[in-house]
Design a binder for this molecule. Structure first.
Ligand code: HEC
Ligand code: HEC
Ligand code: HEC
Ligand code: HEC
Ligand code: HEC
Length: 382
């Protein structure tokens, strides 16, 4: 059983620059928090709720996103509780601003992630910490709000940040491969997967798919501009079942990565929409394709279940045992068993973030959303 799932990064990134690297194990930016941020002139707090007074729609979208749950997530909490001495490293990505940390690691003993020297942080802002990957994490540097334009008539200072829209911002957390101990490994390769895809060559980066453009006022009462959705949907597995009807419906904005085509006794699967391996990111993610042959009376007479994902062994030493994920635009054909009674083929696709077994191991509770049905389709055989 794996103990942790860390992500890591291998590229120079926008987020990293200003950090005064105090801890140095391998030299990755997340060994230190992002620098302390002061409240920009014209604002009274850094909190997302405060930004949301003016940027209402963006705030509502972000609040439904997994970024807003990066600290509160039950699995994250369970994993940190099991490895409390390494929690400081996790928090540097899940609540990255120094303001969001109750204690800050100022060094480690013996080069070990598990022997941090922790100092109490007088500037700790608990409410901001609970917001996880909050607005200020992506948008605030040196008391200035970094935006796509830098020309806004805003009540706060603004500056154009060309790295916000490209993959660098996202990659800083979503690209991470490193081995800290035998069982503490970072395994996220999303940005490298994307770099090798045709999407990268065409200049379609993470934000093009995960933050689709929409024309609307960016701030309440402001002019209509080209804005971007802040839902950051991917697998479409919600973190908590707290979304309103309207928010649930907005899921239709995004198609799944997988496409399914039924052709006779063949089911053609394709990574038609994801700009990286499918699934990407957390090694515990997997996709289940359930194909069923149904007879005239509606009974299931044959079934084929196909799992797409990685397989890891976490103890005594983390190592990858298998990986059958689909590359961008890669196709895979499943052949169904022959059956003379079958008249219809039915296919169901489920995205899973964690297996039932691992969720039980972490005591996440039966109501913790572990999967989502993303495709349901069927076709007559003849
Ligand atoms: C380099 C940044 C980084 C570090 C360090 C990091 N994480 Fe994460 N974590 C991420 C990103 C990015 C994701 C989202 C990836 C995904 O959903 O596939 C994530 C997702 C998760 C999830 C949710 C997985 C899911 O499928 O919902 C858990 C739980 C988690 N991390 C635990 C940890 C723990 C525990 C540590 C410390 C041992 C840690 N992380 C350290 C970046 C990081
Ligand atoms: C009192 C209202 C108000 C608050 C509070 C507020 N903003 Fe703004 N913000 C605006 C207005 C108005 C604009 C200009 C919008 C336009 O140009 O259409 C703006 C513009 C922006 C831009 C675009 C900047 C550019 O020109 O590229 C970003 C990014 C932004 N705000 C982020 C934030 C964040 C993050 C917070 C919270 C820390 C925040 N704002 C708080 C009113 C506000
Ligand atoms: C400061 C670190 C950080 C940055 C920067 C960041 N992310 Fe994330 N992202 C996370 C973490 C942590 C999670 C997982 C939270 C959880 O599962 O609780 C996550 C989850 C996601 C997911 C998960 C979807 C799912 O299916 O669950 C998507 C998609 C995503 N991020 C896209 C992006 C994009 C696009 C960008 C760049 C605009 C970005 N992220 C920037 C840390 C970050
Ligand atoms: C994971 C990083 C991330 C987080 C968290 C985030 N944003 Fe953004 N934001 C972006 C990116 C990327 C863009 C688009 C930049 C571009 O178009 O060039 C953007 C654009 C904006 C803009 C400009 C108008 C638009 O819609 O493109 C505003 C205003 C804004 N964000 C406000 C917020 C507020 C308020 C929050 C919190 C409630 C927030 N953002 C959280 C990454 C983030
Ligand atoms: C061509 C569009 C596209 C691009 C480019 C893209 N993604 Fe995705 N991404 C998707 C789709 C579609 C999904 C949903 C996959 C599914 O159905 O599970 C997804 C899923 C994810 C997930 C959740 C894990 C999963 O596989 O479901 C994360 C995390 C993520 N993307 C991060 C990123 C990051 C970071 C980048 C940039 C380096 C990026 N994506 C570039 C389309 C894209």
């Amino acid at each position: 059983m794996r103990k942790t799932s860390i992500a890591a990064l291998g590229v120079a990134c926008a987020l990293a620059v200003a950090s005064l690297a105090k801890v140095r194990i391998f030299g990755y930016w997340w060994e230190n928090p992002l620098p302390y941020q002061t409240i920009p002139q014209g604002l009274s707090s850094l909190s997302a709720a405060q930004c949301g007074v003016c940027h209402l729609e963006i705030y509502q979208e972000w609040k439904a996103s997994v970024h807003a749950h990066a600290l509160s997530d039950r699995q994250f909490q369970a994993e940190m509780a099991k490895e409390p001495t390494a929690a400081w490293l996790c928090l540097n990505c899940h609540t990255p601003l120094e303001n969001q940390l109750a204690t800050v690691a100022v060094g480690v003993k013996n080069g070990s992630t598990h022997q941090p020297i922790l100092k109490k942080n007088p500037g700790f802002d608990r409410a901001l910490s609970e917001e996880g990957v909050t607005c200020a994490v992506c948008h605030l540097r040196d008391g200035v709000v970094m935006g796509p334009w830098g020309d806004s008539r805003a009540p706060h200072p603004v500056r154009k940040d060309p790295t916000l829209i490209n993959e660098e911002n996202c990659a800083s957390c979503h690209q991470a491969t490193a081995r800290y101990t035998d069982i503490l490994v970072c395994t996220f390769d999303t940005a490298n997967e994307w770099r090798e895809s045709s999407y990268a060559r065409e200049g379609r980066s993470c934000t093009h798919c995960h933050m689709p453009a929409v024309k609307r006022p960016v701030a309440v009462g402001g002019p209509v501009r080209t804005s971007r959705r802040h839902l950051f949907f991917g697998s479409k597995i919600p973190k908590e079942r707290l979304l309103s009807e309207a928010e649930w419906r907005s899921y239709d904005l995004y198609s799944s990565g997988l496409s399914v085509e039924i052709a006779g006794d063949k089911v053609v699967l394709k990574n038609a929409g994801a700009g990286h391996l499918l699934p990407t990111g957390d090694p515990e993610r997997f996709i289940l394709v359930k194909a069923e042959l149904v007879d005239a009376a509606g009974r299931v007479v044959a079934r084929r279940v196909h799992r797409i994902g990685q397989r890891w062994e976490w103890s005594p030493k983390a190592r990858k045992l298998g990986d059958n994920r689909l590359k961008p635009l890669e196709e895979r054909v499943l052949t169904l068993p022959a059956n003379k009674d079958a008249v219809r083929v039915r296919v169901l696709v489920e995205n899973w973030r964690i297996s039932d077994q691992n969720a039980a191991y972490h005591k996440l509770g039966d109501d913790y959303p572990r999967f989502a049905v993303v495709i349901q389709t069927e076709k007559q055989l003849h």
